[in-house]
Design a protein around this ligand. Sequence first.
Ligand code: GLP
Length: 245
Amino acid sequence: MRIIEATDYQDMSKIAADYIIEKVNQFPKIKLGLATGGTPMGIYSNLIADHQKNGTSYRGVMTFNLDEYVGLSGDNPNSYRYYMNHNLFNHIDIQMNNTFVPRGTIDDVLKECESYEELLTKHKGIDLQILGIGANGHIGFNEPGTSFQSQTHVVELAPSTRQANARFFNRLEEVPTQAITMGIATIMKSREILLLVSGEQKKDALKTLLTGNIDERFPASVLKNHPYVTIIADKAAIAGLKVHS
Ligand code: GLP
């Protein structure tokens, strides 16, 4: 894993966005894997600013999101479909029917998981996956203990994850208890991965990732088995760690 040290959140977001923009220009039909949460917000605003200023086009780009809450429809402001539309898709020239987010309100969620996996296979997988990390090492919504062999599946969210995400909702009780997420094996099939880590609250997770063993109790550790991972972390997350850029 290569690690790039950014000065702060803005710098991390800019470095990641510039990297993605370069790839989109080089490969106009690139398939991007996208993440939600607080971490990638800065990337998306940089992509929008660049699209407006430099005209980088997403007409041929396809996107696949990592996860979605079970029970929230796309017009619910806390759904990840809503997040993606409002924080990125509505502001660039991507074709909406080339953007995929698991559907959280479908009756048969298990079937939705299978269909999502089939969709990824049909489109020959993701070229570049953007990832954040949970304080407990989760990637997507793959909580500690998830099998490294897992494919897209339904998960029960850990209390700590619901607590961490409650900041986006009015009350903790409103945070769904389940989500659909790409599995760890699904994520690992991406040809390249960019992992973003920002802030003091992610410091321990980054340390465990860099110094710990590959272990299902810390989902992100699986990334050490991937041939092409770049971590972009800011100073607050790296603090005190010895890293080689
Ligand atoms: C969320 C998402 C993950 C995200 C992580 C970190 O629950 N499902 O995809 O990477 O937790 O979130 P944040 O970037 O807000 O810290």
